[in-house]
Design a protein around this ligand. Structure first.
Ligand SMILES: *Cc1c(COP(=O)(O)O)cnc(C)c1O
Ligand code: SF4
Length: 315
């Protein structure tokens, strides 16, 4: 889809926006369910802002990079990233159903880094040879873009690794394409015999409508632990009322907030950036307003650190 076509679908014209739109090499992609949750005729809609390519994407902001996390050096084989001692991340799929404009992988060439079906055995052998790896994380792209057939081959093979105590899936599919949560997928996850954690990615309560809530209930009924990560985004979820309402809505859907990531300095996304001082003030406001278990950990990814870095520990 083009930016112009997206605007048309939500009943807006370019002149309604405070900014220009752009067509870039990372095309606009919006699945139908998510599109249906965007309020018609609202240029400030927080879901629209996540997927509409603005002219600002083409500006060169100082200090932004195309590989902001310096991930290029952390492979332990094709399709595997191991930055932290006890967890290995498999780049299981190269595509996403939605294109988030702030995505830190928007400049990645998945063709080079992704795990092809033919390399799965080598990847699992590499993990088996590193007994400190207790958890395998499927990421991407979006791993639930894989077919149930591919997942039915991959997940039990991971579960069979003797040292792996839990499997984690990082995905935006259950909320952007809730129909992906099929009975077959739930049965596969329920039958693994290894605990499964799904880390969803939502940024605003408006993403969690009744259809999404039902899909999440199906995952919970399959025994899956549900967590959420967000990215802190200027004008989308950077105020205490919006962030608190999001946390409460997640809880109502059986999901605990896990991380709120400060934006990585990725080229083309600087207009989403929220300064560190404001992030700290937001976190403090949430602590005062919410039970502790509904306050996400505010973190930034610091290249070379041995975990995500809490924002109180940043200079
Ligand atoms: C974020 C991340 C993880 C998971 O970190 P947690 O703090 O356990 O959620 C694992 N591997 C890589 C490469 C990551 O970027
Ligand atoms: S779903 Fe995740 S990986 Fe895919 S575009 Fe969005 S932020 Fe990037």
């Amino acid at each position: 889809m083009t930016s112009a076509a997206l605007l048309d679908r939500v009943g807006l014209r370019v002149g309604d926006l405070p900014c220009a739109i752009a067509e870039t090499a990372f095309p606009v992609r919006v699945p139908p369910h998510y599109l249906g949750l965007i309020r018609r005729g609202d240029p400030d809609d927080p879901l629209l802002a996540q997927v509409l390519a603005r002219g600002a994407e083409l500006l060169d902001a100082p200090g932004t990079l195309t590989d902001p996390l310096a991930e290029a050096g952390f492979g332990m084989g094709q399709g595997i990233l191991r930055k932290y001692r006890s967890r290995a991340l498999l780049l299981a799929a190269g595509a996403c159903a939605i294109h988030c404009r702030y995505c830190f992988r928007r400049h990645s060439d998945y063709g080079d880094t992704m795990l092809p079906a033919g390399a799965v055995d080598d990847a699992l052998a590499a993990i088996a040879a590193a007994p400190e790896i207790r958890e395998v994380i499927l990421s991407g792209g979006d791993p639930l873009m894989l077919s149930d057939t591919r997942l039915a081959a991959l997940l039990p093979a991971i579960a069979a690794l003797p040292q792996v105590t839990n499997i984690r899936i990082h995905t935006r599919m259950p909320t952007t394409v809730p129909a992906r949560v099929t009975p077959a997928l739930c049965a596969l996850l329920a039958g693994l015999g290894t605990p499964v954690v799904i880390v969803l990615h939502t940024n605003h309560a408006q993403e969690l409508d009744g259809v999404v809530a039902a899909a999440l209930a199906d995952l919970r009924a399959a025994g899956v632990h549900l967590l959420n990560q967000s990215v802190l985004l200027r004008g989308i979820n950077d105020t205490p009322p919006v962030a608190a309402a999001h946390a409460r809505r997640l809880f109502a859907c059986g999901v605990l907030p896990y991380y709120t990531h400060l934006l990585d300095p990725v080229a083309g996304a600087a207009h989403f950036d929220v300064p560190l001082a404001e992030a700290r003030a937001l976190e403090a406001a949430l602590r005062a307003d919410l039970p502790g278990y509904l306050v996400p950990r505010f973190v930034r990814e610091v290249p070379g650190a041995d975990s995500k870095t809490p924002i109180w520990a940043l200079d």
